[in-house]
Design a protein around this ligand. Sequence first.
Ligand code: CDP
Length: 310
Amino acid sequence: VLCWFYIFPVYRLPRDKDIVEEVLRQGEAWQKNQTGIDHYRKLLTECCEPRKMFAVTKENSPMGKVLWYDGEFYHSRTVNNETYPLFVQENPLQLPLKKCAVVGNGGILRNSKCGRNIDQADFVLRCNLPPLSKDYVEDVGTKTHMVTANPSIVEKRFQNLLWSRKAFVDSMKVYGSSYIYMPAFSMKPGTDPSLRAYYALADTSSNLTMLFANPEFLRSVGKFWKGRGVHAKRLSTGLFLVSLALGLCEEVTAYGFWPFSVGLDEQPVSHHYYDNILPYKWFHAMPEEFVQLWQLHKSGTLRMRVGCCP
Ligand code: CDP
């Protein structure tokens, strides 16, 4: 038995309770480590070229380029007259971004009073078109510079945009003039709703700019984390955004990342700050991701906010 163990060491994630205890021990004390930040940016640049590759652009995806879907086995779409005009010319962001806030949707944000801190960032990234209504402003802020939208949200919340587009266009107004980042070329069924979302915004002269996530970038980021022990079928949206921010920003603070059902005060925490709908169990590996993010917090590479803001 011992031999087997040495040949195939069993990877064991600490129990949720142990992770929570470790966070409590460490506290939120944080010391920025410029060497760590530079090192991680270099690693991410080498693997994934976030600056050039995070979105599908006319520059990185010219006519005839084959886009291989990152969430499907052997499925592709060739850039043609239909899709090429929908792409931005090149990375539209003014780089480097200074202070970035990546806002996950964890219930830990509830009553956190982190809204002001989040809004003080130079660039705010949010996940999955989260609600920003009055009830939440104090905890999650109001500003958004980039927000992801999963095609499945378009399907479920907006009847796939096959009927009226008004509800969709109206509900996007809360994100001001930000970029909406959609994985249009990740899963086959996601492409049409994403293209429809593009047209719904373009046809109504919306202030939002659509950026399609580049499947090559998503795949390389997935591999990067797999090599570091994140064994999920697919990374969570939040980890994609943190990876992007580490590549583009001088300083990154992450809020709302807490995939545990109890908080630091041992009180129950809902899954999201706006509901308690749990994710499909084996799809993401959020606790594994959290362990990675916490390592980065401890090494001063990014800052995690897991408690209330001053
Ligand atoms: O669709 P997905 O499950 O990726 O995301 P979500 O539930 O809309 O939440 C956005 C992101 O916040 C996730 O991708 C996670 O990275 C993070 N999150 C977390 O760390 N802890 C939670 N309890 C909920 C979300």
